[in-house]
Design a protein around this ligand. Structure first.
Ligand SMILES: Cc1ncc(COP(=O)(O)O)c(C=O)c1O
Length: 427
C-alpha cells in the first residue's frame, strides 16, 4: 500500500486523495504541503484494534506524527498513546487524549518528564537505573505509580542500523543477556513507590521480516520463566513495541497490521503455553504503519539544472527541513507529477531540496515525466517521521498540514510564518 486508501486519478487526470484534487490543494494552500487521508488513518488504526481484540492494547506512537486532530482520530479508534517527552504529553493532554491510556517512554527522562508523567497518571516505562531514583523523589510517600520496564532482548532485526534498537549494543532498555533486566525487575519489585505491571521491548523500526518479533518474544518469555521461578513475578502486560514497516516504493511489500498482530500474538500464546506461563496482555505501539501511508508531501518544482551527461537536478520548495529521512537513514521515496501521475517518464532526474546543503537530496535518480517550474510533485508515504522531525533550518517555516475527507480539507496545522521563526528570540 503505497498510496492512501482513497487515492485515485480523477477525471482531470490529477492525483486525488480524500476526494480532493492534490494540484488544486497545492495551488490554494501553497507548498510544501502535507496532506493526510482520514480514511487511511482510521483504516490502519482500526485494523490494529480489530486484530488485537481483547488480547491487549494498541498504543499509537506519537513520535511518528502528532497533532491534536490526528491524535483525536486515533483516540476515537480506541487506541492508547505512547509519548516520550513532557512535550508530547502536553500536546496529547491539550488535545483531550484520554489520560488513562497513555504510556510514557524515553531513555533519559528528565525530572520534569517524570513529574509530568506521574501527574497525568501515565504508565511510566522505565528505561534506566537513574529513573528509579527520580521516581523515588517524584512519587509522594505512601503513593505508588504503575510502571513497566523496557528490556533489550538482544535481537537485531533486518532493518537500517540507525533504527534498530533491541540489540545488546543499544542505548535503550535493560539488557536481558547481561542480567541487567533481571536486576531491574528485582529493584522495581522492591521499590516502595512502584507497581511493576509489565515488561516492554521494542526491537526497531521499518521491519518487514516478522521473525525478529518471534525471536524477541521467545527471549522475553524465557526471562518470564526465570522471573516467575526466582522472584515469583508474572507481568500483567507484555509490550512488543512497534516497528512494522510500510511501503515507501512500489516494490515494497510489507506485512499488514493484522498479520503483524497475529504473528506477535501467536508467538505470545504458543510460547506461554509451552512454558506454562500466565498469558499477559499484549501491548503493541505502532507509529509509522498508522501515520506513514496516510500522509503525502506536495512540493512545487522551481529551478531545474541540467549537467549534460551527468545529472538533471529538479529542485523543489522543501527538502531536508521537512523530510530528513533520506539523509538520516538513506530512505528511498517515490515521486509523481500530481497533474499527470500516469504520464510516461522521459528520463531520470534527481529531486533536490532548497536547503543550503549539497546532501539535501530527496530522491536520487528517479524516472519522471517531463517537468517544468510550477509543476506539483507528490511524494507518498510521507506521513511518519517527516514533519515529526522537521526543523527550521535555513530559516524555513514548517509546512501547512491538512486532513482530507469527503472532498474537504481541514487545516490541522497552519503554515509557520516568519514571525513564528523569531517568536522565541530575545531581541
Ligand atoms: C519504544 C518505541 N515504541 C514504538 C515506536 C514506533 O515505531 P514505529 O513507528 O516503527 O511503529 C518506536 C520508534 O522508534 C519506539 O522507539
Amino acid at each position: 500500500m503505497l498510496f492512501p486508501v482513497t487515492y485515485r486519478v480523477n477525471a482531470a487526470g490529477h492525483m486525488e486523495v480524500g476526494g480532493c484534487d492534490l494540484v488544486a490543494l497545492a495551488r490554494e494552500h501553497g507548498t510544501p504541503l502535507y496532506v493526510y487521508d482520514e480514511a487511511t488513518v482510521r483504516q490502519r488504526a482500526s485494523e490494529y484494534v480489530a486484530a488485537m481484540g481483547s488480547a491487549g492494547q494498541v498504543l499509537y506512537s506519537a513520535k511518528a506524527f502528532a497533532s491534536p486532530q490526528f491524535l483525536r482520530l486515533v483516540a476515537e479508534e480506541g487506541l492508547g498513546l505512547d509519548v516520550v517527552s513532557a512535550g508530547e504529553l502536553h500536546l496529547a493532554l491539550k488535545s483531550g487524549f484520554p489520560q488513562g491510556r497513555i504510556h510514557f517512554l524515553g531513555n533519559n527522562k528528565s525530572r520534569e518528564d517524570v513529574e509530568a508523567a506521574y501527574r497525568a497518571g501515565a504508565t511510566i516505562v522505565i528505561d534506566g537505573e537513574y529513573e528509579f531514583e527520580l521516581l523515588g523523589e517524584v512519587v509522594p510517600e505512601g503513593k505508588r505509580t504503575p510502571v513497566m520496564l523496557r528490556l533489550s532482548p538482544g535481537v537485531k532485526p533486518d532493518t537500517h542500523d540507525h533504527i534498530s534498537t533491541g540489540q545488546l549494543d543499544s542505548k535503550f532498555g535493560f539488557s536481558i543477556e547481561s542480567g541487567a533486566a533481571r536486576r531491574a525487575v528485582e529493584k522495581a519489585l522492591n521499590h516502595p513507590r512502584l507497581d511493576l505491571i509489565g515488561l516492554h521491548s521494542h526491537i526497531g523500526s521499518q521491519i518487514f521480516a516478522l521473525g525478529a518479533y518471534e525471536r524477541a518474544m521467545e527471549i522475553m518469555l524465557d526471562l518470564l520463566v526465570q522471573l516467575r521461578d526466582e522472584l515469583g513475578f508474572e507481568p500483567h502486560k507484555l509490550g512488543a513495541g512497534g516497528g512494522l514497516g510500510i511501503a515507501y516504493t512500489r516494490n515494497d511489500d510489507p506485512p499488514t497490521p493484522r498479520h503483524f498482530v497475529e504473528v506477535v500474538h501467536h508467538a505470545l500464546l504458543a510460547g506461554c503455553l509451552q512454558r506454562e506461563l500466565k498469558i499477559p496482555q499484549l501491548v503493541v505501539e505502532p507509529g509509522r504503519s498508522i501515520a506513514g501511508p496516510a500522509g503525502m508531501a506536495l512540493y512545487t518544482v522551481g529551478s531545474i539544472k541540467d549537467i549534460p551527461g551527468v545529472r538533471r537536478y529538479v529542485a523543489v520548495d522543501g527538502g531536508m527541513g521537512d523530510n530528513i529521512r533520506p539523509k538520516l537513514y538513506g530512505a528511498r521515496y517515490e515521486a509523481y507529477l500530481a497533474s499527470g501521475p500516469d504520464r510516461a517518464p522521459d528520463g531520470k532526474v534527481t529531486i533536490a531540496g532548497k536547503y543550503c546543503e549539497s546532501t539535501d537530496i530527496l530522491i536520487t535518480d528517479i524516472e519522471m515525466p517531463p517537468l517544468k517550474p510550477g509543476d506539483v510533485i507528490a511524494v507518498p508515504a510521507a506521513g511518519a517521521y517527516c514533519l515529526a522531525m522537521a526543523s527550521n533550518y535555513n530559516g524555513m517555516p514548517r509546512p501547512e498540514v491538512l486532513m482530507l475527507k469527503d472532498s474537504e480539507a481541514r487545516v490541522m496545522r497552519r503554515r509557520e510564518t516568519l514571525d513564528d521563526l523569531v517568536a522565541a528570540e530575545v531581541f
